[in-house]
Design a protein around this ligand. Structure first.
Ligand code: FE2
Ligand code: FE2
Length: 202
């Protein structure tokens, strides 16, 4: 394994969690639906924990968690851009529009967060000793939460858009009701949504 690129992945992962805190703080100001607010509040707290966990992993790996890298700067720039996009929507348009923008921004941020942890999971087996133990424990604690962050928010984003189009929406989304934690589960939940809208309508 290329040690240098593993280090880069760790720094980018930590920066993603740091940016995620600001993304959720801003998204919470845009959220209108009470169930969504509750969900994102929980994700914000989990993200705070992920940041702490990655700081510890960096230390175990002998890395300075504050070291700047070019890749890390890019991750930070994207996070700040997402915050700006939400603020733009919040100051310009109706609250429902800002809520949609926020849902899209959270999906974008969580796509990177989810990828990072998927990759960190891949490298566990390549490590050894204390480093392997620290990475495995971190991954075991965080992985399921990242699945929820991404798949459930994708569901929220889709259903809020459908509602905005004046069509029957499933809120909270089926991903949440079915407690989806995998890509296959998310696909199944999406397929089940039409039945769920009929049930709600009848
Ligand atoms: Fe995270
Ligand atoms: Fe996340």
């Amino acid at each position: 394994m290329k040690q240098e690129q593993l280090t880069e992945l760790l720094y980018q992962s930590l920066e993603t969690e740091k940016g995620g805190l600001k993304v959720y703080e801003t998204a919470l100001r845009c959220a209108q639906n009470d169930d969504l607010k509750k969900e994102w509040q929980e994700y914000l707290e989990q993200t705070r924990n992920h940041e702490r966990i990655l700081q510890e992993v960096c230390t175990t790996m002998g890395l300075d968690p504050d070291k700047e890298t070019p890749g890390r700067r890019v991750v930070r720039h994207i996070g700040e851009s997402l915050v700006k996009a939400m603020e733009m929507a919040r100051s310009a348009g109706p609250p429902e529009a800002a809520e949609l923008v926020a849902a899209e921004c959270v999906v974008l941020a969580e796509t990177k967060d989810h990828l990072n942890w998927e990759l960190l999971g891949e490298i566990v087996e390549k490590l050894s000793g204390a480093q392997k133990k620290a990475m495995k424990e971190a991954h075991d604690e965080v992985e399921d939460e990242e699945d929820e962050h991404l798949y459930h928010t994708m569901g929220w984003c889709r259903e809020l858009w459908i509602e905005s189009l004046g069509m029957p929406a499933v809120l909270p989304p089926p991903e949440e009701e079915k407690d989806v934690k995998t890509a296959i589960g998310a696909a199944r939940a999406k397929m089940a949504r039409s039945k769920m809208t009929h049930r709600k309508a009848s």
